[in-house]
Design a protein. Structure first.
Length: 101
């Protein structure tokens, strides 16, 4: 009888420890996956902020033009742009003003 009173609590503790370890492993996996997702999203956010703040601002573009391209870039009118449509092996080119009407 003394053996049963000693064996039963030990068995209960072993089962409780196993259940606790399994649940903490699952939680650790879930936390790791969430952290990895956050890390990927933070990298995307950094790239988007870089693009938005530095590369696309008109002031920066003007500075980059003067710094790197000098006279290679020129302004053109929007009416100079053309639309190109390809339909059944035929190419049709239209001006933008004609397309908008």
């Amino acid at each position: 009888m003394k053996k049963i009173f000693f064996f039963l609590p030990v068995l209960i503790l072993i089962i409780a420890t196993t259940i606790t370890k399994n649940s903490t492993k699952k939680m650790d996996r879930a936390i790791f996956e969430i952290q990895e997702n956050i890390r990927v999203l933070e990298n995307k956010l950094e790239l988007l902020l870089l693009d938005y703040n530095y590369l696309t601002s008109p002031k920066k573009l003007s500075v980059y033009q003067k710094q790197y391209f000098e006279n290679d870039l020129v302004q053109i009118e929007i009416s100079d742009f053309k639309w190109m449509n390809v339909l059944d092996d035929q190419i049709k080119i239209e001006t933008i003003s004609k397309k908008n009407e």
